[in-house]
Design a protein around this ligand. Sequence first.
Ligand code: PGA
Length: 269
Amino acid sequence: MEVIIKKDYSDMCDEAVRLIHQTWQKGENLVLGLATGKTPLGVYDRLIRLHREQQMDFSDVLAFSLDEYLGLPDNHSQSFVFYMQQNFYQHINIKEENIFHLRGLPDHIETHCREYETKIQEVGGIDIQILGIGENGHIGFNEPSSSLSSRTRVKTLTQETIAANAHFFHHQDEIPRYCLTMGIGTIMESRMILLLASGEEKSAAIQQSIEGPITASVPASILQLHPQAKFIIDEEAASKLARKSYYKWVYEHKDKVDDFLAKKRKRTD
Ligand code: PGA
């Protein structure tokens, strides 16, 4: 696990995009896991800009979405299929057949979830999973008490989430009560995980996830076990961290190991 603290939201998104671009440059078919919500929007904007201005090619990139509301058709303005199309896919040259969504109206929920997991395995797993975090520490729709080894499945939304969503829907009976989400076990199999958080309202969840015990009560705390999990957060989200200056120190020095060793060798020559 690595904690990367950036000045503000913009710098945070720049850092996430730098890591994605770096992996893409290695030239293998990049497999992304992508989150919705307001936090990753700056990352998608920057990737679109890289595509337009520096010809970042997405034709070999594959993308899986993290979650979806159950009951919404793909073209519903609140579906995550719609969000991903509007905010990212329609602006880049990703191939239609390389985009994988959890669907709001699957014929059979369990088969759909199982096939989604199988597809992730078939393409060789997710290289980079982008995550936001809820104020209660959730990742994807894995709310507190979700099994830390869960797989893609149906979940019941919390009363808070249902209430918070109500104003996005015209009719009461349209408001989602269930969702599909990659499980925490599924997320943990990604090679690299970039969890993004911005703003003071995320600071308690960030502190508990990074410095608290690993517990199903704070689902993001499981990332402490992942060797390539990076919390990329702004100063406000980092404000409650007890070891904030230590994380900054480590980040500032981590790419200087080679220089350090070279100097030492020179002195002993
Ligand atoms: P947000 O959502 O990016 O809109 O804050 C994150 C989440 O709830 O997972």
